[in-house]
Design a binder for this molecule. Structure first.
Ligand code: ZN
Ligand code: ZN
Length: 142
């Protein structure tokens, strides 16, 4: 009797290449999830603004800085309890409602519908929202 074991091993080794399509599928699914699953991807592609807007979660101060200034504290209450201000875009009337980052959507200030899009507000939008410009020393340091 000639043992058939070598042939079996050969078959098993050949089967290893069968994993490649599975890996490709997983990669494709991951990319699809990144593109559609998370609002942050949209935000990153729209990072083209001339100012950084923020809202304090403690004292509700609305402020913005030059694009190169990144605050470490609220200029009014001096606490680190602030969030980046994001534009929430209404699909119905394209109105942008500004609010703290990290929400799925907000009620549109114009028509009341829940917003579905995101944008990075520009200086003009932040001013219209009621934010005041703050210089670096006001929003950094201890
Ligand atoms: Zn504050
Ligand atoms: Zn609306």
């Amino acid at each position: 009797m000639i043992p058939t074991l070598p042939d079996t091993q050969k078959t098993r080794t050949g089967a290893a290449s069968g994993w490649m399509p599975v890996i490709r599928l997983v990669v494709a699914m991951t990319v699809a999830t990144l593109l559609t699953g998370c609002g942050d991807a949209e935000v990153n592609s729209a990072l083209d603004s001339d100012a950084n807007g923020y809202v304090c979660l403690g004292c509700k101060a609305q402020f913005y800085t030059d694009r190169t200034v990144f605050p470490t504290r609220c200029p009014d209450c001096k606490k680190q309890n602030f969030e980046q201000a994001i534009g929430y875009v209404c699909a119905a009337d394209k109105h942008t409602t500004i609010g703290p980052r990290g929400r799925g959507g907000m009620a549109c200030k114009q028509c009341g519908a829940i917003t579905t899009g995101l944008s990075i507000p520009r200086e003009a939008e932040l001013k219209a929202w009621g934010a005041t410009h703050r210089a670096g020393p006001e929003v950094t340091g201890n």
